[in-house]
Every structure is written in structure tokens, then in C-alpha cells.
Design a binder for this molecule. Structure first.
Ligand code: 13P
Length: 249
């Protein structure tokens, strides 16, 4: 499988900055065909990003969606609205959604099912907090998050999902997981996938996220169960995000 390099801009960059970003980024990576590329801008920058990356190798994803199709949910964005403008992927269960906005596995599960129904490719994020790692409960936390969402969908939908391992202590902290620590968690997630999917577990991409930079991306992605990266801060500049994409080759 090709590596997937995905960027999560979080609540950064303006719609008016997308055009310059896309020109610089595509100048660097437009011809790299050994890697899959995805960018997840804020909702207001999505239309500009879909337009700027049309006919390019870069797909555009959203950072979140509501758990229902439509209705009286002031301030929310539905998956149907995202799909309608040409968005192809959606991040679900990101640690900031879980821990800042209080999303639980039940809600994330509902979003996962709906994303598949709407034809949006979900990237379901899991990961332990620092105190959970320190108390030795990393695998228990990953199992609970897995069983609360991913493990409840049909095997067909599970096989069509992308998983992202993002240890909360590594997000935005500069404290990247070592390749060994990341690989260990990825192998565990692969074994959870294997309990449901058997051999087909090897075809589900598992991305690593948490302080990925040009300097550490290649070593992380050389691990056998790390199929790509989900990049926050280092995706905000086209040159550093392009350097990470090139690190896959
Ligand atoms: P950083 O790369 O800024 O640590 O963010 C990781 C992340 O949360 C990507 O979704």
C-alpha cells in the first residue's frame, strides 16, 4: 500500500491563504506518485481547497462532521454538506474533539457509520493520554476506543476505514513518540483489526500523528505497521509538509 501523508490544519490558515499554499505545495509534490496526499483545512477553507487541488493528487478532507444528516443543530456542519462540495475524507474522534469538546465513543461511532453512508472516507483517531501511558493502561485505552467505535461496524466498513494513532501527549508538544513506541501501538491496533478482519487487517492504513516533522517522518514511516502520518503543525507550511511527503520515498 502507498503511504498516506495527511495534514490537519486545525483552526489555522484562512481561505485567502489556500491558493498560495496550494501553488507552493503542488510545485513540490505534484509529480510524486508514490504517496497519497490529503489536506484537512478548516470548514471555511474547504471550498477554496477543493478548488485549488482539483485535478491534482491531493484529496481534501474535513476535520469533523455532525452525527446526523441535517436538522436543528445551530453552528454544526453535516457530512452531506461536506460531500456536496467535493470533500472526500473526514477526521473523526480527534483527541481535541474527544478531550476539548467532550466527544465520546458513542458519538464517534454514530459519525463513523454516517460518514460511510455518505461516501466520506473516515479517519478514526485513537490515542492515550500521558497519565494513561504512565500507568501502563495504553493498550486498555486503545482497546476501549477501538471497541467503542471501529469494532462495532461491519467488517466491510471497518476494512474501508483509515485508523490514526495519535498519542495525546505527543500532539502539539514536540514530544514525538519514538519509532519503537509508535510501532508497538500500531502493532497492537493491527492485532485488534485482525481479531475482526483476519488477514485483511493488513490492508487498513494506520497513520501515526503527534509532532511529526520532516526530520522524523522517514524513520516513523519505515516501521512495518506505520502506513502514513497525520501532521498538525508541520502541515501549515507547504515546504515542511512537502518535505514530509518526500520522506516516504
Ligand atoms: P502536531 O503534528 O501539531 O503534533 O498535531 C498532530 C495532530 O493532532 C494531527 O491531527
Amino acid at each position: 500500500m502507498k503511504k498516506l501523508v495527511a495534514g490537519n490544519w486545525k483552526m489555522n490558515l484562512l481561505p485567502s491563504q489556500v491558493s498560495d499554499y496550494s501553488k507552493s505545495f503542488l510545485a513540490e509534490v505534484g509529480k510524486l506518485d508514490g504517496v497519497d496526499l490529503l489536506l484537512c483545512p478548516s470548514d471555511t477553507a474547504l471550498p477554496a481547497a477543493v478548488e485549488a487541488f482539483r485535478n491534482s493528487r491531493v484529496r481534501v478532507g474535513a476535520q469533523n462532521m455532525h452525527s446526523t444528516r441535517s436538522g436543528a443543530f445551530t453552528g454544526e456542519t453535516s457530512g452531506e454538506m461536506l460531500a456536496d462540495i467535493g470533500v472526500t475524507h473526514v477526521l473523526l474522534g480527534h483527541s481535541e474533539r474527544r478531550h476539548v469538546f467532550g466527544e465520546d465513543d458513542e458519538l464517534i461511532y454514530a459519525k463513523l457509520v454516517l460518514a460511510h453512508k455518505l461516501g466520506l472516507k473516515p479517519i478514526l483517531c485513537v490515542g492515550e493520554k500521558q497519565e494513561q501511558r504512565e500507568s501502563g493502561s495504553t493498550e486498555q485505552v486503545l482497546r476501549e476506543q477501538f471497541e467503542g467505535s471501529l469494532g462495532r461496524v461491519s467488517n466491510e466498513l471497518l476494512a474501508a476505514t483509515i485508523v490514526a494513532y495519535e498519542p495525546v501527549w505527543a500532539i502539539g508538544t514536540g514530544l514525538t513518540a519514538t519509532p519503537e513506541i509508535a510501532q508497538q501501538a500500531h502493532r497492537f491496533l493491527r492485532s485488534l483489526l485482525g481479531e475482526k478482519l483476519g488477514e485483511a487487517a493488513s490492508t487498513v492504513p494506520i497513520l501515526y500523528g503527534g509532532s511529526v516533522k520532516p526530520a522524523n517522518a522517514a524513520e516513523l514511516m519505515s516501521q512495518p505497521d506505520i502506513d502514513g502520518v497525520l501532521v498538525g503543525g508541520a502541515s501549515l507550511k507547504p515546504d515542511s509538509f512537502a518535505a514530509i511527503a518526500k520522506a516516504t520515498l
